[in-house]
Design a protein around this ligand. Structure first.
Ligand code: NAP
Length: 355
């Protein structure tokens, strides 16, 4: 294998700094659960330190001290649940690659990574369909009140035929409004249009003519989408632009018969405004996989209200998909440490000077 040439454009580190080569074992910190064969693949060429990320919540001080110590001579980090701070990056002068086991990258200070020439990789595509399944699960469960009525059975309260106080609302043939029409948004829209005969409209940064042709989808202004959709489904990434994209004003535009779904990130919706809206009957209900504070407290009204289906952030949580995500993160890490372009990177201008 040729000696890698590693170029980091726009980074403060000099361009002639080489990535750790395959001949030199690099140090990789793993904060995620990888399978035995995946760990063996990492250990074949590199030194691996595994840390238990759950300690970040239960013993944050000890965890931070240990992580900072290990970062002091680490070259790569495989992670998803630990928020990367500038202080952690400052403790990692040799860090070249962070492989996030997620598609969203709101946990990472992108500018600080760019300034330090640290490559950030993510895991798009491999989780798209699985996450879209949960998006549609939330649509179906909210519309047909599946959790509320299942609890009724479990609690021994199914004593007579269900009457109209427990009726739901149809999904098929209704209007699905997608806020965000990227990979996951398109996969949910496909389920709606092709599987349930739904009319699809969307609001997105850029137009999606191919999806318009495929699904008959219409691009509309956000306010129009809110006012005319039976189901409003949020799939935009969390950024400074999308934080509280859906607040009091936007919720007031929605029909009292509409249902709001969030499969993206909690802070895209102003949760206090949503709780107020639901309590006033401003919308029919909500299906939520993500929350402003996770884990969601069981005392939150969102965990208590019967018209809310709340899931514990399980969009990608299947054995198959989590393994595929871990594999993508592993592949990204090994490629990056070899000076090769990774399969999926967030901050792009790297690897331009390969021999
Ligand atoms: P994606 O393909 O990048 O799609 C995001 C879409 O949002 C893009 O179409 C983008 O427009 C659009 N967009 C971005 N900023 C916008 C804005 N300010 N206004 C309007 N539209 C905007 O990402 P994805 O793979 O579908 O993932 C979407 C998000 O889902 C992730 O970032 C992550 O936070 C979340 N997620 C959650 C789970 C879960 O477990 N619940 C699992 C996976 C992902 P352009 O096409 O014009 O760029």
């Amino acid at each position: 294998m040729h000696a890698p040439l590693y170029a980091i454009n726009g980074a403060s580190r000099s361009d002639d700094v080489s990535a750790p080569s395959v001949s030199a074992r690099s140090k990789i910190i793993v904060l995620e659960v990888l399978s035995d064969d995946q760990m063996a693949a990492l250990r074949e060429h590199h030194d691996v330190v595994v840390l238990d990320a759950s300690l970040a919540k239960t013993s944050p001080d000890t965890f931070n001290t240990t992580l900072m110590h290990e970062l002091s001579n680490a070259h790569a980090l495989i992670v998803s649940k630990v928020k990367m701070t500038e202080a952690l990056l400052d403790a990692a002068p040799q860090l070249r690659v962070i492989a996030s086991v997620s598609v969203g990258y709101d946990n990472y200070p992108l500018e600080a990574l760019n300034a330090r020439g640290i490559l950030l990789c993510n895991t798009p595509d491999v989780l798209t369909e699985t996450t879209a399944d949960v998006g549609f699960l939330l649509i179906m469960a909210s519309a047909r009140r599946a959790v509320e009525l299942s609890n009724l059975v479990r609690d021994g309260k199914w004593t007579q035929s269900i009457d109209e106080q427990y009726f739901g609302t149809d999904v098929h043939g209704k209007t699905l409004g997608m806020i965000g029409m990227g990979r996951i948004g398109a996969a949910i829209a496909r389920r709606g249009a092709l599987g349930f005969g739904m009319r699809v409209q969307y609001s997105n940064a850029s137009p999606k003519p191919a999806l318009e042709a495929e699904l008959g989808a219409r691009r509309v202004e956000l306010d129009d989408l809110l006012a005319s959709s039976d189901f409003v489904c949020v799939t935009v990434p969390l950024s400074s632009e999308t934080r509280h994209l859906i607040g009091k004003r936007e919720l007031e535009k929605m029909s009292p018969h509409a249902i709001l779904i969030n499969i993206a990130r909690g802070p895209v919706i102003d949760e206090a405004a949503l709780i107020d809206c639901l309590q006033r009957g401003g919308i029919r209900g909500a299906g939520l996989d993500v929350f402003e504070q996770e884990p969601l407290s069981s005392s939150s009204p969102l965990a208590q209200m019967p018209q809310v289906v709340a899931l514990p952030h399980i969009g990608s949580a299947t054995h198959d998909t989590r393994r595929a995500m871990a594999q993508r993160a592993l592949d990204n890490t090994l490629l990056a440490l070899e000076g090769e372009p990774p399969l999926s990177a967030v901050n792009e201008p790297h690897w331009t000077r390969k021999g």
